[in-house]
Design a protein around this ligand. Structure first.
Ligand code: PHE
Length: 334
């Protein structure tokens, strides 16, 4: 009996060696492990045969069988590990990164020149105590005009080519001034010092100095004793901070229904000419009252400027349409 077993053991050992010499991947080794040592493997039935071995030969047979098991096990394991290491080396080589190669440049985005300009303006006005306050772009006729002392038949409405919506009485704001009313209603009776930035819309033919969408920055100050001198001082400081101390500032009589008196502000250019910058004035008593304030007790000033115009003057840009034509050659200069 033991001789037969011995023979079978030798056969399996040889077969395993032959199989192993063919195995060229760690996966193949794993398959061999299952083929020989798995539950239905070739070695397993030999264990069954132990039962048939007479008792006095059991010890020897057991030793032989264990020897085979250990042999096959360790051979497969060693071969498998060796192959695995080789496979890993190949993979590492394939995945290797040459850190000395120059990197591919990542295109960097940047803030739009109008956003940059606005941020600078916020800083300048923040130093003078102005908060930033944003209000809606879709307004009612009442807010955009009537509350600002522009009743329905007022001739000054002609200056605002308005986008009307399908909803009656709802318009795209033509200026940031309706924000004055929102802010006053929210803050009354507290004093106010704020700038109100945002998009405005006018139904206009576009040209080098007109866009149908543009930004304004509104300014408003309300308090016990706000005077025209405060307005002039504030705007002087703003122009000198934004464009340089050498600029001369001119205040000219003007007209806006929501301010009284009203002034247009211009600054000197390099050739002795004047550049118009913004509109301003002392808040009209009617407007103060519409915001909830008592014009007998408080006063205020307001101003409004086109942000594109400021950016154009600052950077020497001669066509407003450049801001919104999405031309990277233009935008990436800022
Ligand atoms: N809202 C005015 C405009 O769009 C500008 C302005 C604002 C004038 C505040 C005076 C006071 O032209």
């Amino acid at each position: 009996m033991i001789d037969v077993l011995k023979q079978e053991i030798d056969q399996i050992r040889e077969a395993a060696q032959a199989d192993l010499s063919q195995a060229d991947t760690s996966d193949a080794c794993e398959e061999l492990r299952i083929k020989y040592l798995g539950r239905n493997g070739l070695v397993t039935p030999l264990m069954q045969k132990m039962k048939e071995v007479p008792n006095e030969q059991k010890a020897e047979a057991g030793k032989l069988l264990n020897g085979l098991k250990q042999f096959v096990e360790s051979e497969i394991e060693q071969a498998g590990e060796k192959l695995k290491r080789g496979e890993q080396d190949v993979r590492l080589k394939q995945e290797a990164v040459d850190v000395t190669l120059p990197g591919r440049p990542v295109p960097l985005g940047r803030l739009h020149p109008i956003t940059q300009t606005l941020l600078e303006l916020y800083d300048i006005f923040a130093e003078m105590g102005f908060q930033v306050y944003q209000t809606r772009e879709v307004e009612t006729d009442e807010m955009n005009f009537q509350m600002l002392n522009l009743p329905e038949d007022h001739p000054a409405r002609d200056m605002h080519d308005t986008f009307y919506t399908k909803d009656k009485g709802v318009v795209l704001r033509t200026h940031t001034s309706p924000g004055q009313i929102h802010l006053m209603k929210e803050r009354c009776p507290d004093p106010i010092r704020a700038v109100l930035p945002g998009k405005c819309y006018r139904f206009e033919q576009t040209d080098a100095s007109h866009e149908w969408m543009f930004y304004q920055l509104e300014g408003i100050a309300i308090g016990d004793n706000i005077t025209l001198a405060d307005l002039k001082g504030t705007l002087n400081a703003f122009i000198h901070r934004t464009f340089g101390k050498e600029r001369k500032v001119q205040f000219r009589c003007s007209y806006f229904p929501f301010t009284e008196p009203s002034m247009e502000v211009a600054m000197s250019d390099k050739d002795g000419g004047w550049l118009e910058i913004l509109g301003s004035g002392m808040m009209h008593p009617i407007v103060l009252r519409n915001g909830g304030y008592d014009p007998e007790k408080v006063s205020g000033f307001a101003f409004g400027m086109g942000v594109e115009r400021i950016a154009m003057l600052k950077y020497g840009i001669d066509d407003i349409r450049q801001f919104y034509s999405n031309d990277l050659r233009f935008l990436s200069q800022f």
